[in-house]
Write a protein that binds this ligand. Structure first.
Ligand code: GLU
Length: 498
């Protein structure tokens, strides 16, 4: 099958999915090939799901092959980059469990090295100073576009290999005039482009700053990166970077481009269209293992398994199982996975993770005694909750003092049954304390409703509303046992004499 790519700079890539002309360089026995991968985010926006998936795939590939996973901050766009964002990316990765090897490489700190490489290219006649005006080039580009032609800049100083004194110019790489540039992509198979479609790229700007393309190539080389996995939006960069690598006489790493993620409305995720950040999922109460499993299944599959732990993914992960079609955000799937993973955690772990969410819900610290109460009821609540935030909302009544918060539905029920509430409270306060158990209470309520000619479900509704402040709770008899008779009677009485 042949697929055509049209890039923003108007060149085409033909790729033959699945028809690897040569064996895929991404398929080999674990341990037989040295693997060094990297994640290279630009700290211009926090880590979003697309970036996190790229990081995960690189991390898994390295772990699968006993290799290294490195982290590089591409902060050369000094105006848009921020150290705080870089720090938040590192924290989000640590939260996901994607720990990198070695120190973080800060791209801006390597500017001198990037410049030195540009100078080497100049010295070997592989690059040249170009003094053409940007406006003229833009006008020429526009003209070519109108004529439906590829734009290729023809600089009069292409073959002059020294700088003109007194004039400020950029440095461009001399791209070959007519050569097929090919590589075997891990996902798309053979990709080839004729170099006639590739403009002589700028590698040093007129202010002497290295461009992104140059910095990436130099850093990947110096960091000894062997395998690069990144979004398919980088395919055009790959071809250019390959030319630069070859011009330096270095070996190209292997490339694998993964189809992009679209949101639930079908729009490509990007920092610009406010792709959801990992941090937001964390704040909403998702567990890192659920987010990782979710990211893994966005593009990668193993049979038709939905639940795949990171432990098994490090054994199973392979590039051949990445599909060629884009994947879509699916919040229902993430909620399903989170519910699953929450129930794999011990109650003790969940309580610890829940604490900040409870405190947010309460607006103050949670007393230890109240937490002990919740620890008895948390298991049942975990069976229903899909996120930690859900769980905090559902369980806050265990740790609240009177007056507990009461939702609107519960308020309605209480206000319309004050007479019943008074009668019920009176009777229940007479129950002997030692019989206040989850086994005794249902039979007591059954008996009581019969005696008083009341519908049983009305009583249960009322108890839930007044004791938990909501109409949906786990077994209210169990809740009542955990809270104890005294607390329950106080809660019921509060609505009679608020
Ligand atoms: N810094 C680039 C980005 O955030 C990634 C570059 C790369 O992976 O080569 O999109």
């Amino acid at each position: 099958m042949c697929k055509q790519w049209a890039s923003a700079i108007q060149f085409r890539l033909y790729c033959h999915r699945g028809t690897f002309v040569v064996p895929s360089p991404w398929v080999f026995e674990a341990g037989t090939v040295r693997v060094v991968t990297r994640f290279a985010p630009s700290p211009t926006g926090s880590l979003h799901l697309g970036g996190a998936r790229t990081a995960l795939f690189n991390w898994l590939f390295a772990r699968r092959h006993g290799g290294q996973f490195l982290l590089r901050m591409e902060d050369t766009d000094q105006e848009r980059s921020s150290e705080t964002v870089a720090q938040s990316i590192i924290e989000d990765m640590a939260w996901l469990g994607l720990h990198h090897d070695q120190d973080v490489v800060i791209q801006s700190a390597r500017r001198e090295r990037h410049t030195q490489v540009a100078k080497e290219l100049l010295a070997h006649g592989r690059a040249y100073y170009c003094y053409c005006s940007e406006n003229d080039i833009a006008a020429e580009k526009l003209r070519s576009e109108k004529e439906g032609k590829y734009y290729r800049h023809h600089c009069p100083s292409r073959d002059v290999n020294h700088a003109q004194s007194g004039t400020v110019g950029v440095v461009r790489l001399k791209s070959p005039e007519n050569r097929e540039i090919k590589f075997t992509d891990g996902v798309y198979g053979e990709i080839s482009v004729n170099s006639a479609q590739i403009d002589d790229m700028v590698i040093l700007r007129s202010n002497g700053h290295p461009t992104y393309l140059l910095a990436v190539v130099v850093d990947d080389h110096d960091m000894c990166i062997t395998h690069i996995i990144r979004g398919s939006d980088h395919i055009t960069n790959t071809i250019k970077q390959m030319l630069l690598t070859e011009a330096m006489g270095w070996d190209n790493p292997q490339f694998c481009h993964i189809p992009l993620i679209h949101d639930e409305e079908g729009t490509k995720l990007s920092k610009r269209n406010r792709a959801p950040g990992v941090h937001e999922y964390r704040e909403l109460g998702f567990l890192p293992e659920a987010v990782c499993n979710y990211l893994l299944r966005m593009g990668w599959s193993h049979k038709d398994e939905e639940i795949i732990t990171m432990q098994s993914a490090t054994q199973l992960f392979s590039i051949e199982k990445i599909g060629t079609s884009h994947s879509c955000l699916d919040s229902k799937k993430l909620l399903f996975l989170n519910h699953h993973y929450m129930n794999q955690r011990t109650e003790h772990e969940i309580l610890e993770l829940l604490l900040p969410f409870l405190e947010r819900e309460l607006g103050c610290a949670v007393a230890k005694t109240k937490l002990a109460r919740l620890s008895l009821g948390v298991k049942k609540l975990m069976e229903r909750a899909r996120t930690l935030a859900d769980l905090a909302r559902d369980s806050v009544f265990y740790v609240q003092d009177i007056p507990i918060s009461v939702d609107n539905d519960a308020k309605q029920v209480i206000l319309s049954s004050l007479e019943l509430l008074a009668k019920l409270t009176d009777s229940m306060s007479q129950i002997e304390q030692k019989t206040w158990t989850k086994d005794f209470l249902p039979s007591y309520i059954k008996e009581w409703t019969k005696r008083n000619g009341v519908v049983m479900s009305d009583v249960y509704h009322l108890l839930r509303a007044a004791i938990a402040g909501r109409l949906s709770t786990p077994s209210i008899s169990e809740v009542m046992e955990i809270l104890g008779q005294e607390e329950c009677i106080h809660r019921l009485r509060f609505f009679l004499n608020p």
